[in-house]
Design a protein around this ligand. Structure first.
Ligand code: OGA
Ligand code: NI
Length: 340
């Protein structure tokens, strides 16, 4: 049965049954801890040092925040206001974009797939936008105008991070340029207040499929990353920690294709979103993806340098994306399509 979006006018006094997770999938059933998100300052021209910091954070967390990223404050503010205005529109105006067809952009949906094939719904509404060729929406009027400068600036920041990542990995600086980073998409996520956050998740544990994701949020709190005890932070085991970013910073995480290209040196970061009873949260996730026809493979230099052989097989990004979506984003299942 198709699900009605959460932001369509209803006040939620109780969590409807379709959103209640089985006990073992509830946020409290996993280990929750504390950890600091590394800060990478993109300002200055000591590229060698910045590259090293990115690779260190990418190896241990797959997550970091960037400051002095070059996306102007007013561009970020205008984009966030337009996103908030979209979710405040009357239901019928948003429903004009409601669809199950993942090829359709812009597309408004709820949970992962509007409830189709989903056992439990996630406490999230989402507007998907094409950001390589910004799509115009009639409503709200400001969204199309805010989107172009925002995506251009965010993609420029991501390009710089990708060049630094290539340097840090010992690859040619332009390794990720061109078709490897030529596509993308934006999730404008909206998490309304939830009457009982212990029963729900806004997004289940997943990794993003592409190279890198750039996230901006209107209020802190909600996003969590899975911390692995095998890193320098130590201790063994895994635990969920809050991703707390400084005001004005952007949060970056690496996706599956970065783990592939780096032959496992950089971590495709597992993350999830917890809900809050206090207020709504809106976040914008800009995904930098390979083009669908692009063949992605571990970088030859890395495979040869370590003499370790490729951990992943060459694959078409478009085909992987189909498999990823079918697996609901679960890391092991998605990676099984890529492993040798
Ligand atoms: C996503 C995502 C995190 C957030 O859209 O893939 O993980 O904080 N979003 O909304
Ligand atoms: Ni994600």
């Amino acid at each position: 049965m198709a699900a009605e979006p959460l932001s369509n006018g209803a006040t939620h006094l109780l969590v409807p049954g379709r959103y209640i997770l089985p006990v073992h999938k509830r946020p409290s059933s996993s280990v929750n801890g504390k950890g600091a998100l590394p800060v990478v300052d993109l300002g200055g021209d000591d590229d060698g040092r910045i590259a090293e910091e990115i690779v260190r954070a990418g190896r241990e967390f797959g997550f970091f925040q960037v400051v002095n990223h070059g996306v102007p404050e007013e561009v970020m503010g205008a984009m966030m206001r337009a996103a908030e205005e979209f979710f405040a529109l009357p239901a019928d105006e948003k429903m004009a974009y409601y669809s199950n067809d993942r090829k359709k952009l812009p597309r408004f949906h709820t949970s992962l797939r509007n409830g189709t094939g989903e056992e439990v719904l996630y406490w999230r509404d989402c507007l998907k936008l094409g950001c390589h060729q910004p799509e115009w929406l009639d409503k709200p009027r400001g969204l199309g105008a805010a989107l172009e400068p925002y995506t251009a600036a965010v993609r420029a920041a991501a390009r710089r991070v990708l060049r630094l990542t290539a340097i840090g990995l010992g690859l040619e600086e332009g390794h990720f340029d061109g078709s490897l980073s030529g596509s993308g998409l934006m999730n404008v996520n909206h998490y309304p207040p939830c009457p009982d956050p212990s029963l729900t998740l806004g997004a289940g544990p997943h990794c993003d499929p592409g190279l890198v994701t750039v996230l901006m949020e209107n209020v802190g709190g909600g996003l969590q990353m899975l911390l692995h005890g095998d890193g320098d932070a130590g201790g063994g085991g895994v635990m969920w920690v809050d991703v707390d970013a400084a005001p004005g910073a952007l949060v970056l995480n690496f996706g599956h294709q970065m783990e592939v290209v780096s032959n496992g040196r950089l971590r495709s970061a597992e993350h999830r979103v917890v809900t809050s009873a206090r207020g709504a949260r809106t976040s914008l996730a800009t995904f930098v993806w390979p083009e669908p026809g692009c063949t992605v493979a571990p970088a030859q230099e890395l495979v040869l340098a370590a003499g370790e052989g490729p951990l992943y097989k060459p694959h078409s990004y478009g085909e992987f994306l189909g498999a990823y979506l079918a697996e609901g984003g679960v890391k092991e299942a998605a990676m099984a399509h890529l492993k040798h």
